[in-house]
Design a protein around this ligand. Structure first.
Ligand code: HEM
Length: 403
């Protein structure tokens, strides 16, 4: 499938000006763009709203099963994107068909029973603790000292980890996501903590997500449940942290939101929704594999080709965004949580929303005169064509005592 004009899926423009980049790609290549991954591995980036709907809505033709890939013979054992492609990983992400439906139901049911009131109370408590640790300094980095520490703490509590495990899990998960020298040790710490939690809850179930997953009767092994718990932790934490960071950035840099810094609540929801449309935490997702030769957006796609889900590109497709009205009135027809059978489970979306909204509201309540400490143009994003989040969000405020 190698096409001569394929676009490398790398480079600084994914960081600095993705909206313009996707517009140019669409202009030059149409809704389905031939791209090259690390090592010149070919794939298709699906940027069209309609085409993405087609791909995510047909899990048989466009499968989650990476065994179908026609590039395996070209992939070295140390290919950097292997963890993302998830070959032979027995988690929900790469399970297909009826077994996937049972697995998604197990996770959704276990998450759905979480009490929204309690969730909000936990999120508030952990957010307050984080603010207590920084509020007397008068300045902080709201990414490193706040957004990256909050969701994992709340999720750990919700899933069933004892509170004293919380700080260790925060460090381990952030080390793993960071992908540097401490990544493997972080992953090992998480895996060991999860195995321990499963053993404890097998003996003595409690009112938590893990106990409910263990009580499911579809016959998933402890190893499978541990894998899913890892996905629920990693897939839950980073995008929620970036949702908080990207929304705070929007509120601190855009005049339309200035008033809300002094108490307007509706605009927190508006800023969060606008971020999902314009600056979404998961820009591109790998992926789906074509089960047979087919056509998509005017392209001939061969059996076994990899299709990447261009969520941010589809959100800004001019075919659906003919005017700015798409953003108002809580319109949530964006692709930021995916679509179809493999989308982010609905209860997970709701939990992410509660954690992010509470996190933002606590910042605005506790640090009412908060302002950016650097010019808006100097804020940078982490270099990645996949996730979109800030490398830092330096702010200043009048120092206040801890509670
Ligand atoms: C509590 C927080 C969250 C949890 C526990 C969670 C969990 C999950 C899980 C288990 C899946 C896999 C579903 C499957 O394969 O059937 C998933 C998929 C997904 N999640 Fe989330 N998630 C969370 C927050 C978020 C946030 C904040 C975003 C982005 C704004 C997001 C975006 C996605 C996307 C785009 C997919 C679909 C990937 C695809 O179609 O292949 N998630 N999530």
């Amino acid at each position: 499938m190698t096409t001569p004009d394929a676009v490398p899926l790398s480079g600084p423009r994914f960081q600095t000006e993705p909206a313009r980049l996707y517009r140019e790609m669409r202009r030059d290549h149409g809704a389905v763009v031939p791209v090259l991954l690390d090592g010149d591995i070919p794939a298709w980036l699906v940027l069209g709203y309609r085409e993405l709907h087609q791909v995510t809505g047909d899990p048989v033709l466009f499968s989650r099963d990476s065994d179908l890939w026609n590039q395996w013979e070209n992939i070295p054992a140390d290919w950097p994107l292997l963890p993302m492609i998830g070959h032979k990983q027995p988690s929900i992400l790469y399970t297909v068909g009826e077994r996937h439906r049972q697995r998604a139901a197990m996770i959704s049911n276990a998450l759905e029973e979480a009490d929204a009131f309690e969730l909000r109370a936990h999120a508030e408590r952990f957010a307050d603790e984080l603010i207590d640790a920084l509020c007397s300094a008068g300045e902080a980095d709201l990414v490193a000292q706040y957004a990256m520490l909050l969701p994992v703490r709340v999720l750990a509590r919700l899933y069933g980890f004892p509170d004293e495990d919380g700080p260790g899990l925060v460090t381990a998960l952030n080390d793993m996501i960071d992908g540097r020298e401490r990544a493997l040790a972080g992953q090992a710490h998480l895996a060991a903590s999860m195995a321990q939690l499963l053993t404890d809850r097998r003996k003595e179930p409690a009112a938590d997500v893990v106990s409910r997953m263990l009580a499911d009767e579809s016959g998933f092994s402890d190893e499978e449940i541990a894998q899913d718990l890892m996905v629920m932790m990693a897939a839950g934490h980073q995008p929620t942290a970036d949702w908080i960071g990207n929304s705070l950035r929007l509120m601190l840099t855009d005049d339309r939101f200035a008033a809300s810094l002094f108490g307007g609540r509706n605009s927190v929801a508006e800023a969060m929704n606008e971020v999902l449309w314009e600056d979404t935490p998961t820009q591109n997702v790998a992926g789906r594999w074509a089960a047979r030769d087919t056509h998509l957006g005017g392209r001939r796609v061969k059996a076994g080709d990899l299709l990447l889900l261009g969520l941010q590109g589809a959100n800004s497709d001019p075919q659906v965004r003919t005017d700015a009205s798409a953003l108002t009135g809580g319109n949530n027809a964006h692709f930021s949580f995916g679509h179809g059978e493999h989308r982010c489970p609905f209860p997970a979306q709701e939990i992410a929303e509660v954690i992010a909204r509470t996190g933002i509201e606590v910042v605005l309540d506790r640090l009412p005169d908060i302002d950016l400490a650097v010019p808006a143009e100097s804020l940078t994003r982490r270099p990645s064509p996949w996730l979109r989040g800030l490398s830092g969000l330096p702010v200043r405020f009048s120092p206040v005592p801890a509670r």
